[in-house]
Design a protein around this ligand. Structure first.
Ligand code: TYD
Length: 334
């Protein structure tokens, strides 16, 4: 069995590769990754290139790189490669269109040409847009509201159109907000943890009453593997943790876990433009396949804080250089 995983040096992709190699002894993985700012070889520092793991440096939007990764074929492609940070999509939308839409298109063409049996597109609950109440179901209309989520929705629509038009064997997963080890420290949870470890303030956007549904990265990776192996072609599966929390609740828990005081360490800053207030997804369809989340948020969050405490050597280099420039651009004027 050979899977080509794209974006395997990113947060969810690297956790997926580690788990898949551990739990499927006959599996080989080829990891195609462009090594953008978020693609970090240290995310797989414990996986030695060996008979079962090969790395190819390249962009999914480059057909030659995709051909090289596919070599003489694969049983499946799992597409994690994406630009994913909403704030960066507001600053610089173009890279999102290139990777999340055009890159997906290049992969779909390769699936057709090489007759790959399965293509799994890793997507996001953000394509449904803000949901005031209830939970988004897989066949709900897409109402993306940021350049990021609009790009992911564009990718999803290409995937579904290839299934309808060419019979391309595709599956889509839509995950909720993911947290855990190896997450690049621009996202809420790792940004706040690393700031608090360093005795810095954390920037809460607007009133902090926005709601996200938090999913541990191991549950997300298992969900994707489950759907890849047991899902039905042409179908979409929501994967969520069932842990809807406001950003202020998360902030309070992180303050507590890092031993800081909300009065001195929170900075209320101008809200994100077009900020979605709430995401919530119905996960009955993935659960009917036999998957369910196993990591309780009450233990997963403290364990994540502990991981960042113990792995300063992993995140400190990430918070200098490019990140410093981004942080200034994103937060200095807020
Ligand atoms: P984020 O981790 O960027 O994920 P997403 O925007 O894809 O949901 O943000 C999670 C929530 O936290 C979101 O409502 C925005 C908010 N947030 C802040 O309040 N301050 C911050 O500095 C960041 C990065 C996010």
């Amino acid at each position: 069995m050979r899977w080509v995983v794209t974006g395997g040096l990113g947060f969810i992709g690297s956790n997926f590769i580690r788990i898949a190699l551990r739990e499927r002894p006959d599996l080989e993985i080829v990891n195609l990754d462009a090594m953008t700012y978020a693609g970090n070889p240290a995310n797989l520092r414990d996986i030695e290139p060996a008979r079962r793991y090969r790395f190819v440096h390249g962009d999914i939007a480059d057909p030659a790189a995709v051909r090289e990764a596919l070599g003489d074929g694969a049983d499946a492609i799992v597409n994690f490669a994406a630009e994913t940070h909403v704030d960066r999509s507001i600053l610089d939308p173009e890279a999102f269109l290139k990777t999340d839409i055009l890159g997906t298109h290049v992969l779909l063409e390769a699936v057709r040409e090489q007759k790959i049996a399965r293509f799994l597109q890793v997507s996001t609950d953000e394509v449904y847009g803000h949901v005031a109440e209830g939970e988004s179901k897989e066949d709900d209309n897409l109402r993306p509201r940021s350049p990021y989520s609009a790009s992911k929705a564009g990718g999803d629509l290409q995937v579904l159109a290839y299934h309808t038009t060419f019979g391309t064997p595709v599956i889509i997963t839509r995950g909720s907000n993911t947290y855990g080890p190896y997450q690049y420290p621009e996202k809420l949870i790792p940004l706040f943890i690393t700031n608090l470890i360093d005795d810095q303030t954390v920037p809460v956007y607007g009133d902090g009453m926005q709601i996200r549904d938090w999913l541990h990265v191991e549950d997300h990776a298992h969900g994707i593997m489950h759907v890849l192996e047991q899902g039905e072609l042409g179908e979409i599966y929501n994967i969520g943790g069932g842990n809807g929390r406001t950003n202020l609740e998360i902030t309070e828990k992180l303050m507590h876990g890092c031993g800081r005081d909300i009065k001195t360490h929170v900075r209320h800053v101008a809200d994100r433009e077009g900020h979605d207030r709430r995401y919530a997804i119905d996960t009955a369809k993935a659960r009917a396949l036999g998957w369910k989340p196993r990591v309780a948020f009450e233990s997963g969050l403290p364990a994540t804080i502990q991981w960042y405490r113990e792995n300063e050597a992993w995140w400190r280099p990430l918070k200098s250089g490019e990140f410093g420039e981004y942080y200034k651009r994103q937060y200095a004027h807020r």
